[in-house]
Design a protein around this ligand. Structure first.
Ligand SMILES: [Zn+2]
Length: 458
């Protein structure tokens, strides 16, 4: 790693790397995005690469749906798009080898997690590439995958928990909120998540700050592994036992151009392991902090992912990443023995709503100092922020049918829609509790809105 600007994150600059970068540029010319941009460009030194213009998300969008594709459609097996928070959609076309490279890199980094006989509950959403990587890992001998994507009505949260119990799954793979929700459902059923036998939580796709990692590790008695990557770049790295995300230098060449002397900067990626939609100096928009040497002994460069520049919050006159705010909130929630919290950013303060049965005050004093702004901690009863009762009564989804035999016992259906989905009828008691929570939330919203209007009027 060099300290000069732009800094490059590579173990050493060798001939192999230069050849790989040159091959990426050559492949990239196959796409409309790079055809003219990279005409006659050859990479013979790292400076040749560093002299090329950055590729922005706007560039990808402007290139159009097929503009990022560098191989004939016949060679592609997977299409993906990012649903950016800014509403911009970027496209990515991947070959079978592209997916296989990311999958085998994950397996190689975590042979103890993904191995024969190990059962993995795959809760990544179907549209997201990690869902498919987990399936590929299993298909290649890295365990038994249960394809149970969330945001999916045929596997609602309670069923996901039941799948873990029934199969004895050791790994839950999914978005960071997944083990929070499953943990609450377990708790509501009188189960201690730590006794379920899950030893690994493999999480990615959203901020996973340290305090939340520690809380989840303790609640589940499991190790937390962070998966880092993006739809455009595919896998960039996974975290080690020390919690550092180690970049996979065989799949991507990473630079952190930034101010000299700072350890933070924007991550710029040139893909080495993608044929379908190769990227040259792609500005990920992620800000990372470099970890010079990791205690785990892994020599690959380490980063802590702070978040997207576009999502930076201006608080108390200084910029804060959502992950920092969520980290502080998770710490307060943990001090109140809870994993369930919700943060509301208001003009004059940060409101941290925490589901808890406890009433200590120490945690509330610790928080304002960390964030540098006024913080209000609001304790709310269990079920107010994450209504486990209603989650457990999610609709029943069936294979679509166009015929119903009313002479037989069972469901008497009159429409195609009724055949596909059945909403549960809550009991009176459940309905009352749901109504009470809804009214209480509405009242809180009105009160906050009024104080917001007053502060705006002032
Ligand atoms: Zn490490």
């Amino acid at each position: 790693m060099t300290a000069s600007s732009p800094r490059s994150i590579a173990p050493e600059v060798d001939r192999e790397l230069i050849a790989a970068l040159d091959a990426t540029v050559d492949r990239a010319r196959g796409s409309a995005l790079y055809r003219e941009r990279l005409t006659a460009v050859r990479i013979r030194t790292l400076d040749d690469l560093h002299g090329l213009p950055l590729t922005t998300r706007a560039d990808l969008q402007a290139a159009g749906v097929h503009g990022t594709r560098a191989v004939p459609l016949e060679r592609v097996c997977h299409y993906g798009e990012s649903s950016g928070t800014s509403g911009v959609t970027n496209t990515v076309w991947l070959t079978a080898d592209d997916l296989a490279r990311s999958a085998s890199a994950i397996r190689a980094a975590h042979p103890d997690v993904f191995g024969p006989g190990r059962i993995v509950l795959n809760r990544f959403p179907f549209m997201a590439a990690p869902a498919h990587l987990i399936q590929l890992i299993a298909g290649d001998g890295g365990g038994v995958a249960i394809p149970a994507g969330n945001i999916n009505w045929d596997v609602p949260f309670p069923r996901a928990l039941e799948l873990v119990e029934r199969t004895g799954a050791q790994v839950i793979a999914g978005l960071p909120l997944e083990p929070v929700v499953l943990g609450e459902i377990a708790r509501a059923r009188g189960l201690d998540p730590a006794t379920l036998g899950v030893d690994t939580l493999f999480l990615g796709g959203a901020p996973l700050p340290p305090a939340l990692q520690r809380r989840l590790a303790r609640t589940w008695g499991a190790r937390v592994i962070e998966l880092y990557g993006s739809t455009e770049t595919m896998l960039l790295g996974t975290s080690c036992a020390a919690g550092t995300v180690h970049l996979d230098t065989s799949l991507a060449y990473c630079e952190v151009p930034g101010r000299a002397g700072t350890a933070e900067g924007h991550l710029v990626v040139t893909t080495l392991g993608i044929e379908g939609s190769p990227l040259v100096r792609f500005e990920t928009g992620d800000v990372v902090r470099l970890v010079p040497t990791c205690t785990c002994g892994d020599g690959r460069p380490g980063v802590i992912v702070l978040g997207r520049t576009a999502e930076v919050l201006e608080l108390g006159g200084r910029p804060l990443y959502p992950s920092e705010v969520i980290d502080a909130a998770a710490e307060v929630a943990d001090a109140l023995d809870s994993s369930v919290f919700f943060v509301v950013i208001l003009p004059d303060r940060v409101l941290v709503r925490v589901e808890t049965d406890l009433a200590p005050a120490a945690a509330e004093r610790a928080l304002p100092g960390r964030l540098g702004v006024a913080v209000e901690v609001e304790r709310v009863p269990r079920g107010m922020l994450l209504d486990v009762e209603m989650l457990s009564r999610s609709p029943h989804v069936y294979k679509p049918i166009v015929l119903s035999d009313w002479r037989r016992p069972g469901r008497r259906i009159l429409t195609v829609a009724e055949g596909m989905i059945e909403w549960p009828r809550p009991t009176w008691a459940e309905g009352r509790r749901w109504l009470a929570r809804t009214l209480r939330t509405a009242a809180r919203r009105r009160k906050l809105q009024r104080s917001l209007d007053r502060s705006v009027a002032r």
